[in-house]
Design a protein. Structure first.
Lengths: 160, 240
């Protein structure tokens, strides 16, 4: 667990204690609600995580990075962005990966596209997002994130 | 209907399990890698999800609606943007850990634009990750990417707010049906209501529905319990 996660746990614990002191009944209700929310999301999340694990076993991101690095710039940027959309992986896993892609590639453009779609756009996690916010919201957010991932990467290629 | 939704959910599960079995038969090392990947991500989720859910419920309990509207609502302006970035970028865990918070904030009057900012910065602009990014990609890379991403997220969120209207997420609460109604966009299909009061609530396409029922026969106690227990406050009751 990283420092920030630990801090969030501590802050939440303090918050919970204060809340409990102020209003026992409502806090119990809130705790129950949290538990129920968790139960409601659990089955979907477990299946999604199992699928993410399997996809990453078949398509290890470092292999993708190597594959993408060998193509020409526009093609590799697009390919990197597309591979990044398949699933969402946490940022702290993504950074070292993208580091290897930068080292292997002729340009940082595909690496940035990969990083952005990897963390922001997820086809596998789409059902969970749709369930939470509705189809239109989830679709709009994912599509726009994909477009801006390409824009960010191209601008970075010009600047750096 | 309940069986149908169960089956539909299990279809996904069945598909994943079958994929694993097939993988284990033909490429057992890939299957093992898949499982160990999953365990890794599962641990990661467990390290953040419980605390996010508790925080969401506590915020829901103590944060007055006015405060949310004022600081994250449609007219929160620049301040709202800054708050959203702070909320999102001080986070831990993958973007889907932020979904319950986003839903709760939307319910309480945060604007779509600001919720998109929170989700996006939760994904990709992470203060805890800055050190990592510098370590693997260099300070110049980090600074330029950070600035570009913040700008992009602001534009992206504004466009998203133009495309997605409030009605797409929150049904107009003012124009409410008399009797029991369910805000379908808010319902996240946790099935709390149908478990607590199966005579009144049923499930169709992962959303709760109110069964046609004589309103005078509704058990007000059970209904009240269902309304209070619904994690997204999707159940509404207007006295007939």
């Amino acid at each position: 667990m990283d420092l920030f996660t630990i801090i969030i746990w501590i802050v939440t614990a303090i918050f919970l204690i204060f809340s409990f002191k102020k209003d026992k009944k409502s806090t119990k209700g809130a705790a129950k609600k949290a538990l129920k929310m968790g139960k409601g999301m659990a089955s979907g999340l477990i299946v999604t995580i199992l699928l993410i694990g399997l996809i990453l076993a078949y398509l290890p991101p470092d292999k993708i990075a190597q594959f993408v690095a060998e193509k020409n710039l526009m093609l590799s940027t697009f390919a990197a962005a597309i591979f990044g959309t398949i699933t969402i992986i946490p940022a702290f896993v993504a950074f070292p990966l993208v580091g290897t892609l930068v080292d292997a590639s002729i340009s940082i453009v595909p690496a940035v596209a990969f990083l952005t779609t990897l963390t922001m756009v997820g086809i596998v996690t789409f059902p969970i997002e749709r369930k939470a916010f509705g189809t239109k919201f989830a679709l709009t957010r994912n599509v726009l994130s994909f477009v801006f991932a390409i824009i960010i990467s191209l601008i970075m290629g010009v600047i750096l | 209907m309940k069986i149908l939704t169960k089956l539909k959910e299990n279809k996904f599960l069945a598909f994943v399990i079958l994929s694993y079995i097939a993988t284990f038969i033909f490429k057992s090392d890939v299957g093992l890698l898949g499982l160990s990947n999953s365990i890794y991500y599962f641990k990661e989720l467990l390290s953040i999800m419980p605390v996010v859910l508790v925080l969401t419920a506590l915020f829901d309990l103590w944060m007055p609606k006015d405060t949310i509207v004022k600081n994250l609502g449609k007219n929160s302006g620049f301040k709202g943007t800054v708050f959203s970035f702070m909320l999102g970028s001080l986070s831990a865990g993958p973007i889907y850990a932020a979904f319950p918070i986003g839903v709760m904030l939307l319910k309480k009057g945060a604007s779509i634009r600001n919720v998109v900012i929170i989700l996006s910065s939760w994904a990709v602009i992470k203060v805890p990750m800055l050190v990592n990014e510098v370590k693997f990609l260099g300070p110049q890379f980090m600074v330029v990417r950070w600035i570009l991403t913040v700008l992009s997220v602001i534009i992206l969120a504004s466009i998203a707010a133009k495309i997605v209207r409030d009605e797409d997420i929150v049904l107009e609460e003012e124009v409410q049906q008399k009797g029991v109604s369910i805000n379908e966009s808010a319902c996240m299909g946790c099935s709390m209501c149908s478990r607590g009061y199966p005579e009144l609530f049923e499930f169709e396409k992962k959303k709760a529905h109110v069964k046609v029922m004589d309103i005078s026969k509704v058990d007000k106690q059970k209904l009240k319990k269902a309304i209070n227990e619904c994690p997204t406050h999707a159940i509404k009751y207007l006295e007939v």
